[in-house]
Design a protein around this ligand. Structure first.
Ligand code: ZN
Length: 410
């Protein structure tokens, strides 16, 4: 399929599948300057779908880097209240939020990781209200991606400039099914397949998941009355949307105190502009009690030690090794894609939607039922073709959920 048609399809997916824009809605887009043509296509399609106003907030990697290099240290503990108020207002009024990711995975390399940690904390606090809308899916939000030269050249080190960008676009089109004849229909079928897995797992109500792979011997307990999710979800107005495009995962939040053993990453993690590679975490009663990393140890330490909740897990996700993303055999150096190539876990905040009736529970009630809380939520990849997972039923019997990286649950 021709490049132009794929780009058009991808913009269509952003509006029809990621956000499912409805007439009269406001759309907020965060993006960088790398792909203005694509952003304009999305804006056009959003208006065509009936959007009332499409607000685009552009950023520039160089401007971001200058700030991390030159701004005074104490400025990173501040977050502009007017900006938090603006996105919160859009969410409160039933608008949709789209993030188009393009960032250089090493954008902040060489800057003080304490700066990004301080800023994450400040942003986390200032955006608390907005996150209530998005974490509970009451407001529509979604993340997609578009290449930048710096990102594309890291994914395709043998290519440069426009050639690398073109190769990354093509990989994104494949991963997102934008290269299909009718991508919107393809996504509807894909959402239905994920929904089937969600229903199977919800009916099983496994007490524990047992993970086995080279470098991994891990048991993850799941809270009582847990709820798996995956694919599309429904906002407060009853319209479905896909919070991530692409997505291949079904996920749940583990019980805060129920993780035991050790787990080793299988893909690099890009965290706050630094790559963390080949790391192992050891858990006791849910808490990370030890960790090591071949690369990016300081960033991993910053992440784990951000607050108390960042010592615990907030997500366990199952992703079949045989998927369009995994089959591309490419490391995208971007969690949106790499997490969908692999089983993963997340450090930090759990999803209230992972408990029956969770959306109506207070923070204290969620904690009492075993959910973790933190200012952060960062996915990291642990899956491979060598991973087996067993599910442990209420009576203690175990059955295969994954064998050799693929679904074994029938
Ligand atoms: Zn996930």
């Amino acid at each position: 399929m021709e490049f132009k048609q794929c780009l058009e399809n991808y913009a269509e997916l952003a509006v029809k599948i990621a956000l499912n824009v409805q007439p009269g809605e406001t759309v907020w887009i965060n993006c960088s300057l790398h792909q203005p043509e694509f952003v304009r296509l999305v804006v056009r399609k959003a208006y065509e779908a009936g959007a009332k106003q499409v607000h685009v907030e552009w950023s520039d990697d160089e401007v971001t880097r200058l700030r991390y290099q030159l701004a005074p240290q104490d400025s990173f503990g501040e977050y502009p209240q007017w900006r938090a108020d603006a996105v919160t207002q859009v969410a409160a009024e039933g608008g949709a939020y789209l993030l188009i990711e393009s960032r250089d995975p090493d954008l902040l390399a060489g800057t003080d990781p304490a700066r990004s940690t301080a800023f994450q904390k400040a942003a986390g606090a200032a955006l608390a209200k907005w996150r209530e809308y998005t974490y509970t899916d009451r407001a529509t939000w979604s993340i997609i991606a578009a290449p930048s030269v710096a990102w594309a050249e890291k994914v395709f080190p043998e290519l440069s400039g426009e050639e690398a960008v073109r190769a990354l676009w093509e990989a994104i089109f494949k991963a997102t099914r934008a290269d299909r004849e009718n991508p919107v229909e393809a996504w509807k079928a894909h959402n239905a397949a994920l929904d089937k897995r969600v229903h199977q797992l919800n009916a099983k109500q496994y007490k524990k998941l047992h993970y086995r792979a080279p470098g991994t011997e891990l048991t993850v307990a799941l809270p009582e009355q847990h709820v798996w999710s995956g694919g599309n979800t429904v906002n407060a107005k009853g319209n479905d949307f896909n919070p991530n495009v692409p997505t291949e995962e079904v996920f749940v939040s583990p019980h805060r105190e129920g993780t035991e053993g050790y787990v080793t990453s299988t893909k690099p993690l890009s965290y706050n502009g630094t790559l963390i590679e080949n790391f192992t975490l050891t858990f006791k009663q849910g808490r990370i009690v030890d960790f090591k990393a071949e690369k990016g140890y300081d960033s991993l330490k910053e992440l784990i030690e951000m607050d108390e909740g960042s010592h615990y897990l907030g997500e366990a996700a199952l992703v079949q090794h045989d998927s369009p993303i995994s089959n591309a055999n490419l490391i995208f150096l971007n969690t949106l894609f790499d997490e969908n190539a692999s089983n993963h876990l997340a450090i930090g905040r759990a999803f209230s939607s992972s408990l029956e009736g969770g959306a109506d529970l207070s923070k204290e009630e969620l904690a009492a039922r075993g959910l973790n809380d933190s200012l952060t939520h960062v996915d990291f990849m642990i899956g491979s073709a060598e991973m087996d997972i067993d599910g442990e039923l209420a009576d203690g019997t175990r059955e295969p959920v994954f064998r050799n990286g693929n679904w074994a649950l029938v």
